[in-house]
Design a protein around this ligand. Structure first.
Ligand SMILES: [Zn+2]
Length: 235
């Protein structure tokens, strides 16, 4: 273990741990690369590992059928995918798919289960994160039901950009359609509206946010609510 291990912590959940606690867990963490579109769990899969994204994003999707999916949660550097293990449930309820390629720290589910019984700082932090993710899922459910596709797309692009740490990222129409739970034509129309207003540029599967301030004005209030919640749990 490098002595300066704690200086290189990118995942904010891991970085929020007391230094000694983090050092104790370092041997259990394996850095891995995850690729765009990679499915980490399907609903019903046994969870063998949990993932702490560094500069990547893992989307949690509710799948009604192969063609009908909707994002219910987004996990970036503020969190961990595979949280149900912490609650003692070894089976995934959602599809976990890589929405932003990059790196993540992987930990065995068995270790997370042990840590859940240990009642130390890691346990406490995961507990707080559970609440934060639950809030995000509740807010997303209401958002998906009550807010327009335009507003939701703006929110979703901002959340993606925050977690990837860049204003330019890869996205296909199919992917956006699966995330927002709307047909491709609906996504096209919403992206077209944002593009005409010069808030984004969308070309060849790449999204560029051109005017973040105005995109924020166009996003529904869910963006600020979710952001405040995920920032707050870490403090
Ligand atoms: Zn909303």
């Amino acid at each position: 273990m490098p002595s300066n291990a704690s200086h290189a912590v990118v995942n904010r959940l891991l970085a929020a741990l007391p230094r000694d606690e983090y050092k104790r867990l370092v041997p259990e963490l394996t850095p891995i690369a995850i690729t765009f579109g990679e499915v980490l769990y399907e609903p019903g899969d046994r969870i063998k590992h949990v993932y702490f994204p560094n500069d990547s994003i893992i989307s949690l999707l509710s799948a009604m059928s192969e063609r009908s999916t909707l994002e219910v949660g987004m996990v970036g550097s503020e969190g961990m995918a595979g949280l149900s293990v912490f609650a003692g449930v070894n089976v995934s309820l959602t599809r976990a798919i890589v929405q932003g390629a990059g790196t993540a720290m992987r930990m065995s589910a068995a270790v997370v289960r042990q840590e859940a019984n240990r009642l130390g700082p890691f346990h406490k932090l995961l507990h707080r994160y559970s609440h934060s993710l639950q809030s995000q899922v509740s807010q997303s459910s209401a958002c998906n039901r009550f807010h327009s596709v335009n507003d939701r797309l703006a929110r979703w692009l901002l959340m993606t950009s925050d977690r990837l740490g860049t204003d330019e990222f890869r996205l296909t129409q199919e992917f956006m359609s699966n995330m927002l739970g709307v047909r491709r034509e609906g996504v096209n129309q919403a992206a077209g509206t944002l593009q005409s207003a010069k808030l984004i540029r969308y070309s060849r599967g790449m999204i560029t946010i051109l005017n973040r301030g105005r995109l924020r004005v166009n996003a529904c209030e869910c963006y600020s609510i979710i952001k405040a919640e995920s920032d707050q749990y870490l403090n």
